[in-house]
Design a binder for this molecule. Sequence first.
Ligand code: KQY
Length: 369
Amino acid sequence: MKILSTTPKADGFSMPAEFSPHYGCIMIWPERHDSWQNGAYAARKAFVRIAKAISHSEKLTMLVSAAQYETARAMLPPEVRVIECSTDDAWARDTAPTFVKNAEGEVRGIDWGFNAWGGLHDGLYFPWDNDNHVARKVCDILDKDCYNCRDFILEGGSIHSDGEGTVMTTESCLLSGGRNPHMTKAEIEEKLCQYLGAEKVIWLPKGIYNDETNEHVDNICAFTAAGEVVLAWTDNENDPQYAMSKACLDVLQNETDAKGRKLRVRLLYIPEKPVCMTEEECEGLDLMDGEPTRDAGERLAASYVNFYIANKAVLVPQFGDVRDKDALDVLGECFPDREIVPIPARDIIIGGGNIHCITQQVPESMIDN
Ligand code: KQY
């Protein structure tokens, strides 16, 4: 594996859309007792369910600590590749590389700087050095050359690409004080274009209410095809989410993408009943630095937009809410050629993210490195 100091755009590489063909997917085995309740036992079962559903149509690689290696190997089917790797938690979307591809079909990784969603400013745990090494290790495992972009803090959940020159992100995250406060918005935009091979950045103002990542885009809005997005939505004007989603809709309705197309926006209603921590769930979580990580009644950032698009399936979070089926129907319309797979997601959202946050796609490659 070579570490590259050029940029993907200068080398003719760009980030493919998630709905284009994958070689596979990276996940990380959950273990932290202050993220995952009751020793992460229920979370592991949810991760296994997701890994199995993804591995039906692409190669799934699960990173796991030495301590959990035997458990993971025993719980996962043989077609899943299980590799020992030190991490600080299980958010592969944010710590594994973002992959870019060129016209010949060569795939390379990007190693962004990672500081646990805000470092000492408003980050979610300390230390994070194992997580910060994951991207390079994954490039080594997959034999992909790797762009060094460690001087720029970015998580994969804060960007989406349509694969045709357009990138989406949120202002609340990328302009937050814990990411790259020394850079202007224009400089950040230029960095995204250089590394993702993009021509245009669509800045959504906000994300999902109470999203502890400073509102990653992958919880509020996603491309389902070139020129088409789904947006997390509520009609309830008294819900704090209403103004946040409305601000995003206003941008999307007035924007064009890199190819000059108006965007088709489909609405994905958030759960009707807010998804909140129970007292029992809080009891099951370890303290972090002597403090509880969650409080009873705390509203979790539950959104159906946090789905994963595999080669032949779309894995959709389900919260036991009356809106669950609507989400499956809307995504079924968006992806008529893929199986829509409902995944009970309560044991994942307790950790602070969802299916998209714990997965990172690896594009199909036409070249053996
Ligand atoms: O949603 C994500 N991409 C990560 C969430 C991290 C939560 C840590 N408790």
